[in-house]
Design a protein around this ligand. Structure first.
Ligand code: AVJ
Length: 377
């Protein structure tokens, strides 16, 4: 994995992708050297609230999804422990540049983004390993208490962080690691399917400050356009009045490049998809043979999405969730779709959900766009 240290010259080192033991303490940013932050020794791990869907809900969703034509399950089923681990590996494949591009953009634009966001609780939807948020948290903290400023008047608001993710053990690990690197940022994890979260749990961390949504990785692309629009409306509801949303959206690009990104030569994308079957076998008493399906990723220009599927090699029947499911030869189980939106197409999708674009940032190749959305009234 390449580590990009673009901000070294400006004196604020992003430590998120580095092994802390390799760090020279004199290279740490002024916040880390603040004596009031010397409490890292007795830090407690952040609380994680578990709202993971119950087995009965998973069973119902699987029965619904496999009764559809074509067969397709919600994308979050891909993220059990092993799936979350494999997704991390996908992000390191040479063909899959999305994560590297977005991480670099967040690092280089952190100060401008923090200025546009203002102060509040940053809530990351689908936080995964939470490796992107560090530079933003540091830039927000610097804005609350600029280096060299003397403390006069009321104590300024400081950022807080809430990570939402479907994978409980992954989430706890990510929060623990992030907390050690940002000891002064109050943190909370919520294990849930964020698309079905009707209200935020009540917690002191969520009181008072503005709610700032952070939805990186182009994960919105996993939802069909109508569901994506509903999700954006749902986020507006969850974030509440005055809430803002910083969202990363992958742009449409050449089909060869996209198909390679979702079908890497090392076979990690294929293993990630097949792991869905292993997960279903374990959690819903299934007898899928993962090797009896081949993996396919194809760009569908009419939908502007990549469709990822496991395609049945020959006719077969499978037991799962108390039912028998038949697959015809060549029949697909769609594991996920990943839609790509130009800036205009995305803003047109967001407008009916009550959002409009306040600012946006792109990488030099215009591969990806970070949009800052504010609420329209
Ligand atoms: C996490 C949904 C953004 O669509 O690019 C990557 C998931 N799946 N390779 C994407 C994914 C296979 C990823 N998102």
């Amino acid at each position: 994995m390449t580590v990009r240290i673009s901000s070294l010259e400006s004196g604020s080192l992003n430590t998120d992708s580095l092994d802390p033991s390799s760090l020279d303490p004199s290279s740490l940013d002024p916040i880390s050297l603040d004596p009031s932050r010397q409490d890292a020794g007795n830090l407690t791990d952040p609380e994680v609230i578990d709202l993971h869907p119950a087995p009965a809900d998973m069973q119902r969703l699987v029965i619904e999804g496999l009764s559809r034509s074509p067969k397709q399950l919600p994308a979050w089923f891909l993220y059990d422990d092993e799936g979350s681990r494999l997704f991390e590996l996908i992000c390191e494949q040479p063909e899959y540049s999305l994560t590297r591009t977005e991480t670099a953009l967040l690092e280089s634009e952190a100060a401008a983004i923090a200025a546009a966001l203002g102060q509040g609780v940053l809530m990351e939807f689908g936080a995964g390993s939470a490796r992107k948020v560090g530079p933003l948290l540091e830039a927000m903290a610097l804005q609350a208490a600029p280096a060299g400023a003397t403390q006069a008047g009321p104590i300024p608001a400081r950022p807080a962080y809430v990570a939402l993710d479907i994978s409980a053990s992954h989430l706890q690990e990510a929060c623990d690691r992030l907390q050690r690197r940002h000891p002064q940022v109050p943190m909370l994890g919520i294990c849930c399917d964020y698309s079905q979260l009707e209200a935020l749990p009540s917690h002191p961390l969520l009181n008072g400050q503005a709610h700032l949504g952070f939805f990186p990785g182009s994960s919105l692309g996993n939802f069909e356009p109508a569901a994506a629009q509903e999700l954006l409306a749902q986020f507006r509801h969850l974030l509440g009045p005055g809430g803002k949303l910083l969202i990363g959206i992958d742009q449409p690009k050449a089909s060869e490049r996209l198909e390679a990104a979702y079908n890497d030569r090392a076979g990690v994308s294929a293993a990630f998809a097949r792991n869905l079957l292993t997960r279903l076998n374990r959690d819903l008493a299934g007898d899928f043979n993962p090797q009896a399906f081949r993996y396919r990723a194809r760009w569908q220009p009419a939908e502007s999405h990549i469709e990822m599927a496991l395609v049945s090699e020959g006719p077969q029947s499978v037991r799962l969730a108390g039912h028998t499911w038949t697959f015809a030869d060549d029949e697909a189980l769609i594991t996920e779709t990943s839609a790509k939106y130009s800036a205009d197409a995305f803003l047109a999708l967001a407008a009916p959900a009550g959002w409009h674009g306040a600012a946006r940032w792109s990488d030099p190749n215009d591969d990806l766009c970070l949009h800052l959305l504010v609420q329209s009234d």
